[in-house]
Design a protein around this ligand. Structure first.
Ligand SMILES: [Zn+2]
Length: 480
């Protein structure tokens, strides 16, 4: 803590400590300055180690924590214990059923006179190949749309591969078109009669790691085995296919454990005046199985926990409740295709309509460069004050309204029209590591993590303390 900050926080502490219990509610304590306290929280984040200790601890002591597995359960217990120790008022684990997909043996070889191994990983939800695997010719499509246009039966006995390259961007918007191939590709391939589906990895790196991820099969269809191949291997298959037919052998084994459980960890700082109004800060606790899920999404959980902890350390709680939710099972789809089981379970809680604002950190640990609030905040003093507070961190206030946030906020928006906020992180290198064995702690820069905590702490404090109505109508645009 720096000296200026210590001086600013101490008088408040002194007032509270000197006030007899019971007198606090009657005595007119000075109204804390919303903006000044937000700035203090921002500055305290610069020296606070909570977030880094969280991500270091979770990735080291638990490691991979795939949805529905005992490791995810251990992660939830680890996180709940950590949050109790950090001083949250109420910490609980909410459990829900889940079908857990677990990876097994994986092998791929290009056959012929010059056989060679291919690096691949099954996509989450993939079925297994028959005993001994399959051997078939690969048919390459540039896009998902091209595969979808393949006539029924035209790929009988073949392996369909979608070969779309992902574009590197700061916003991550190159991911959507490629991950669409991941979710929709297996279905389209099966409809055209293919025996397996391959995807050029949804990743921007040139390493020989495949990027896994969930895929979805519609109900009632026999699934086919599906996998992502690393970018260099996709290049190789592409070059070989220009020279002649490419045959591959695939062995993909996995199991679906239909009677598993997953869980959300819920930790609250109880509102001192409006405890029923909730500002929700989310992340997801589950990860893919190969790496330790440092950027996806231990970092996000560390950021929102670290931000809330700074607020919990204030002399008194904010007016509204701050609820940190570490969602379970974000990464996986369920048989039938539906995902986000933890988020859906939380959105079905009786008190979910009381959530006045929700945001999720699920894009690694790159610095935040802009923040969008719900439409109601545009042009208000609240937005101006928030903009002033975050500017020294390098994050800009973007006056265009947030239309969404991280994936786990989606079910709240759909069910309750919960106003979202979006804290946009620089994701330029995020998809070099995302869903690969390379998603590990060394990819996280502590300084960027602290910048995230600074912005989230200011954001959460101002949202919870101000009483601002985020569901309200936007202010009329001034005309001249
Ligand atoms: Zn994630």
């Amino acid at each position: 803590m720096n000296t200026a900050l210590r001086l600013a926080v101490l008088p408040l502490l002194t007032v509270l400590l000197a006030t007899p219990v019971g007198a606090q509610t009657r005595r007119a304590t000075p109204e804390p300055d919303l903006e000044r306290t937000a700035a203090q929280l921002r500055d305290r984040a610069a020296t606070d180690a909570t977030a880094y200790e969280f991500v270091e601890g979770l990735t080291t002591e638990i490691g991979p924590r795939q949805a529905g597995t005992p490791a995810e359960r251990r992660a939830a217990e680890w996180a709940a214990a950590r949050m109790r120790r950090l001083g949250f008022d109420r910490v609980s684990i909410e459990e829900f059923p889940l079908a857990a997909w677990v990876r097994g043996e994986e092998e791929a070889v290009i056959l012929g006179a010059n056989p060679q191994r291919v690096e691949l990983d099954a996509l989450g939800g993939s079925s297994s190949t028959p005993p001994g695997g399959i051997e078939a010719e690969v048919v390459i499509f540039d896009t998902l749309e091209a595969l979808q246009a393949a006539p029924a039966g035209s790929l009988r006995g073949r392996i369909a591969m979608v070969n779309r390259r992902m574009t590197r961007t700061q916003t991550g918007q190159g991911y959507g078109p490629v991950s669409a191939g991941r979710s929709g590709g297996p279905r389209a391939a099966a409809q055209a009669g293919a025996v397996a589906f391959l995807l050029r990895s949804a990743g921007t790196d040139s390493h020989r790691f495949a990027h896994t991820g969930a895929t979805a099969y519609p109900e009632g269809r026999q699934p086919i085995p599906s996998a992502a191949v690393s970018n260099p291997d996709a290049d190789q298959i592409e070059r070989l296919a220009r020279r002649g037919p490419v045959r591959m052998r695939l062995v993909l084994n996995s199991t679906l454990q239909t009677a598993s459980r997953s869980q959300n960890v819920v930790a609250e700082i109880r509102g001192r005046e409006r405890p029923d109004e909730v500002v929700l800060l989310g992340c997801h606790l589950d990860s893919w199985d190969q790496g330790t899920g440092a950027i996806d999404d231990a970092a996000g959980c560390a950021i929102v926990t670290g931000a809330a902890k700074l607020i919990a350390d204030l002399p008194r709680n904010p007016r509204r409740t701050i609820r940190v939710v570490l969602f379970g099972a974000e990464e996986v789809s369920q048989p039938g295709g539906q995902g986000l089981s933890g988020a859906r379970f939380h959105a079905a809680r009786a008190d979910a309509p009381n959530i006045v604002l929700a945001a999720e950190s699920d894009f690694g640990a790159g610095p935040i460069y802009s923040v969008q609030l719900p439409a109601a905040a545009a042009g208000t003093e609240f937005a101006r004050a928030f903009s002033r507070v975050i500017l020294p961190t390098g994050a800009l206030f973007d006056a265009s309204p947030a239309t969404g946030s991280g994936p786990d906020i989606g079910p709240l928006i759909a069910a309750h029209r919960t106003p979202p906020a979006e804290l946009q992180q620089d994701g330029t290198d995020y998809f070099d590591f995302h869903h690969t064995p390379d998603d590990t702690l060394d990819k996280i820069k502590p300084e960027a993590l602290r910048q995230n905590v600074a912005v989230w702490a200011a954001f959460a404090w101002m949202a919870a303390e101000s009483g601002f109505d985020f569901r309200g109508a936007p202010a009329p645009t001034p005309t001249r």
